[in-house]
Write a protein that binds this ligand. Structure first.
Ligand SMILES: [Zn+2]
Ligand SMILES: [Zn+2]
Length: 282
């Protein structure tokens, strides 16, 4: 019996104890930390050992002094906050779920995916305004991203991200029977793509960003350039809103192509003259 199922039974019986809640929070935090250690450890090993990863580095530059330690320090409270939110939702019975049907799973996944793309783009752009940048500064400790950047947030920014994902699911579940497998699948895809997006390794072929699908979805180069240059590429997993609002870097295709061919950028702030000759803003 897991601490969460114990909590669920206690909540159903109207008999919640603070000790059970704290024990469950600690257990969930440990489980999240363990999962993160496995995934991030594997990602760092891949960066260190794989010839493919070394050849396709997007920015051929070292991490900043103290970057990993600063990110690790930010990741610990982030994991604890994630655990506290999971436990609060279970112990308060805030997420009523429907039957795990295939259609329900696909619908749940699609709703979460589409909504979070919009939420992320809007809040991310707002966090890049001078007034709110202090909330987002921690995430930009990394000019050259590493897998741990995927957990490097201020607590306030993490809360904004959780409101748009878990908070949205809680609101939606009051109206629609959401499916647990759909939510779990979205959470897993979100987590793994987030780590890949902070790998600093271009995994797609050089023609990808000019293909029909490649114009819609992001690549690791896409987000690596956001960290290197700040102003542009605000989207999470799709480039649709950046294309609609003109926030795609003009040399994105060329940088992606070069990284994919083993010729990543080697100077901080480096830009490539785009084929169209447009001015490079940012
Ligand atoms: Zn940003
Ligand atoms: Zn990032």
């Amino acid at each position: 019996m897991t601490p969460l199922s114990t909590l669920r039974e206690m909540q159903a019986a109207g008999d919640l104890s603070i000790v059970a809640v704290l024990a469950a929070t600690a257990a969930v935090a440990l489980a999240i930390a363990f999962r993160s250690a496995v995934v991030l450890g594997a990602a760092f090993l891949w960066l260190r050992l794989s010839a493919f990863a070394k050849r396709r580095l997007i920015l051929r530059l070292p991490y900043a002094d103290g970057q990993i330690l600063a990110e690790l320090r930010a990741a610990v409270p982030v994991v604890m906050l994630d655990a506290a939110v999971v436990v609060a939702i279970v112990s308060l019975g805030l997420l009523p779920l429907g039957p795990p049907t295939l259609a329900g799973g696909i619908l749940t996944f699609a709703l979460m995916f589409v909504w979070f793309e919009i939420w992320f783009y809007a809040t991310h752009r707002l966090l890049h305004t001078p007034r709110f940048y202090w909330i987002h500064r921690q995430h930009h400790t990394a000019k050259v991203v590493d897998p741990l950047t995927s957990l490097s947030f201020s607590l306030l920014e993490r809360l904004i991200l959780l409101s748009g994902s878990v908070g949205f699911a809680v609101v939606l579940a009051q109206w629609l029977p959401l499916s647990a497998p759909g939510l779990i699948a979205y959470g897993a895809v979100n987590y793994l793509l987030n780590v890949l997006g902070h790998s600093n390794v271009e995994v797609f072929p050089g023609w990808f960003t000019r293909s029909r699908i490649g114009r819609l979805v992001v690549t690791p180069t896409y987000h690596a350039l956001h960290h290197a240059r700040y102003r542009g590429h605000y989207g999470l997993f799709t480039a649709i809103l950046d294309r609609a609002f003109g926030s795609v870097f003009p040399d994105y295709d060329q940088v992606q192509q070069r990284a994919s061919a083993g010729d990543g950028l080697s100077r901080q702030g480096e830009r490539i003259a785009p084929a169209s000759g447009k001015a490079m803003e940012g």
